[in-house]
Design a protein around this ligand. Structure first.
Ligand SMILES: *Cc1c(COP(=O)(O)O)cnc(C)c1O
Length: 296
């Protein structure tokens, strides 16, 4: 299914710097496709295989008005000849977001739900049960989502000692923990504020054996919270672009890269460590910012 959807030849290692014999690289999943950049296709992949194997015709999933997951689901469904339904958080707005317009253009049928009702996903699924839709959780959260994300590990070689990534639902992080080798530590960067429960959601997707692996979730690099604009973060993103020609988005990847530099500064990594940060797309999120804020 890879070649049908993404360009795997665009997945490359970008060397950032070597300091005190610590090497810092970034693995670029951002250019594999304009719509399903980053981890979104990988998280969907095993669900899609199940759907095709069952000869189901329709996928239904959940998300907000700016959800990368919603537009990615609409896009891959169109490519695979499947119908898609998006249960959208909140009442229908007068003007649809770019994300939702794109999703509709890929053929997704949108169902707007009032916020309090949206929270009760079980009731929503029961309401449409007779339609025989195949349901995927918000953000692709689930074991199949994590196992799909674990396939991203095929591009990571054993020489890396630490792998850093952003965590939203924690699905990708769970997948990376599953795939990690004994000598490797997975470092998740929680992009939300006050969501310390996230580690439990990650661990819910792990076996008892996998829970013994080496991983940590950092809760102090949220820069004010999910998708909150931050001048400090924008300045950092511009510096990273000007110095290393690495583009980042302000919701996820910039926080990962910041955490990397900060941990280096604090001597978290021992000499000879080899660090890999995952750039997992989502750059179109920057389109919601004023034009003159970023240098790229
Ligand atoms: C969705 C997304 C994430 C978060 O992935 P989860 O599996 O939900 O933790 C991280 N980075 C980018 C760019 C994303 O689009």
């Amino acid at each position: 299914m890879y070649n049908q959807i993404i360009q795997t030849n665009k997945i490359v290692i970008h060397h950032i710097c070597t300091q005190n014999s610590i090497r810092f690289d970034v693995l670029r999943f951002d250019e594999i496709d304009a719509v399903v950049s980053g981890n979104k296709f990988f998280k969907l992949k095993l669900y899609l295989e199940n759907v095709l194997a069952q000869n189901a015709t329709t996928i239904a999933t959940f998300g907000g008005a700016y959800s990368n997951h919603i537009v990615a689901t609409a896009f891959v469904c169109k490519k695979l000849g499947l119908k898609s339904i998006g249960i959208i958080r909140g009442e229908e707005p007068k003007k649809l977001s770019h994300t939702l317009v794109d999703a509709m253009n890929y053929g997704m049928h949108l169902i707007f739900t009032e916020r309090s009702y949206y929270r009760n996903k079980k009731a929503i699924q029961e309401k449409y049960q007779s339609n025989n839709w195949f349901w995927i959780n918000e953000g692709g959260y689930g074991i199949a989502g994590a196992n799909g994300a674990a396939e991203m590990y095929n591009w990571i070689d054993d020489s890396y000692t630490h792998i850093l990534l952003a965590a939203g639902t924690g699905t990708m992080m769970a997948g990376f923990i599953k795939a990690a080798k004994k000598h490797q530590q997975i470092i998740g960067v929680n992009v939300m504020k006050g969501n310390e429960n996230l580690i439990n959601e990650v661990e819910f997707l792990l076996t008892d054996e996998e829970k013994k692996k080496n991983y940590i979730l950092l809760n102090d690099y949220h820069f004010g919270g999910y998708a909150k604009p931050s001048k400090e973060l924008f300045n950092f993103m511009n510096k990273v672009w000007d110095t290393y020609k690495l583009p980042t988005d302000f919701v996820y990847n910039s926080k990962t890269i910041f955490a990397c530099f900060d941990l280096m500064k604090k001597n978290y990594f021992s000499p000879q460590s080899k660090i890999l940060a995952i750039q997992c797309g989502g750059l179109q999120g920057n389109l919601s910012l004023n034009k003159n804020i970023l240098h790229f």
